[in-house]
Design a protein around this ligand. Structure first.
Ligand code: HBI
Ligand code: FE
Length: 287
């Protein structure tokens, strides 16, 4: 899974990316909006405008509607203002964190309907790709769908499942579910597949690739199938899983996962890109 990098200290004269030492025991910290520079705000605006221009015909309708809720995009949004709007809609709030946090802490925040958003933004030279999630990935990629009631409930159910998974030492299997849905999920629509995963929606190149390219495999969503499937964090996905609806995703978190973990552990892992013999390969969306 994404794992949690060792506390990242700045290179040379650069300030540390995230100040973990200043974080509270639950790993939350202050956003410190005044600390953003003009360059930070300008970078956010340019990242937002580039992605927003690509959304039509590639992002799912629910995302396109909800992304307006982020508010003005010429500045990095203030988390407290955003949380007020979000809380009124689905009782979620956005909390600042210094970056990736340990899984246990991450699951706990989700279970409390508090979404952790990294407070720092990437550097200009990372415009096209930043390894760790920054404020743009988290805000633009993850927060809009938290305005969707069904998806919002799925995220909390996922967090609760994560706390149970920790006790069953099944975090790696559950991390695959997060990866292939919340980060890189596709959804079926009458016009063809569309993206809802945050990792796709916040990526300049992967948004078009995931929906239109004939190269990757696209197969129907299945919890056990996903939990058996490895993934790589630094390339475009070789396999995308396609849900029929957010309700299907929420319903999938209803059963107790312990028997699924046992079934997954009893079978060999599946390499990304594989299409199983009895699996339907879902076509890319045409224009
Ligand atoms: N921490 N801040 C943050 N954001 C994430 O998306 C995140 C994390 N820690 C762990 C993690 N994701 C993944 O390993 C989840 O699958 C648990
Ligand atoms: Fe993410």
């Amino acid at each position: 899974n994404l794992g949690v990098p060792p506390v990242t200290y700045g290179q040379g004269d650069r300030p540390p990316r995230g100040n973990y030492a200043a974080a509270r025991p639950d790993y939350t910290c202050d956003q410190d909006w005044a600390a953003y520079t003009e360059q930070d705000h300008d970078l956010y605006r340019r990242l937002y405008e580039r992605q927003a221009a690509q959304l039509p015909e590639l992002a799912c309708e629910e995302f396109i509607e909800a992304v307006q809720q982020l508010g003005a995009h010429d500045r990095i949004p203030r988390f407290d203002e955003l949380s007020e709007r979000l809380y009124r809609r689905t009782r979620w709030e956005v909390v600042a964190v210094p970056g990736l946090i340990p899984e246990e802490a991450f699951f706990k925040l989700l279970a409390e309907r508090r979404f952790p958003v990294t407070h720092w933004i990437r550097r200009p030279e990372e415009f096209d790709y930043v390894v760790e999630p920054d404020v743009f990935h988290d805000l633009f990629g993850h927060v809009p769908l938290l305005f969707n009631p069904v998806f919002a409930d799925y995220m909390q159910a996922y967090g609760e499942g994560g706390l149970k998974a920790s006790r069953l030492d099944a975090c790696e299997l559950l991390a695959r579910l997060y990866w292939y849905t919340v980060e890189f999920g596709l959804i079926r629509t009458p016009q063809g597949v569309r993206a809802y995963g945050a990792g796709i929606l916040s990526s300049a190149g992967e948004l078009r690739y995931s929906v239109r390219s004939p190269q990757p495999s696209r197969v129907p969503f299945g919890v056990e199938r996903i939990m058996r499937t490895r993934y790589k964090i630094d390339t475009y996905q070789a396999t995308y899983f396609v849900i029929d609806s957010f309700q299907q995703l929420f319903d999938a978190t209803a059963p107790d996962f312990a028997p699924i973990y046992a079934a997954v552990r009893a079978q060999p892992p599946i390499e990304a890109g594989t299409v199983l013999p009895d699996e339907t390969r879902i076509p890319p969306a045409t224009a």
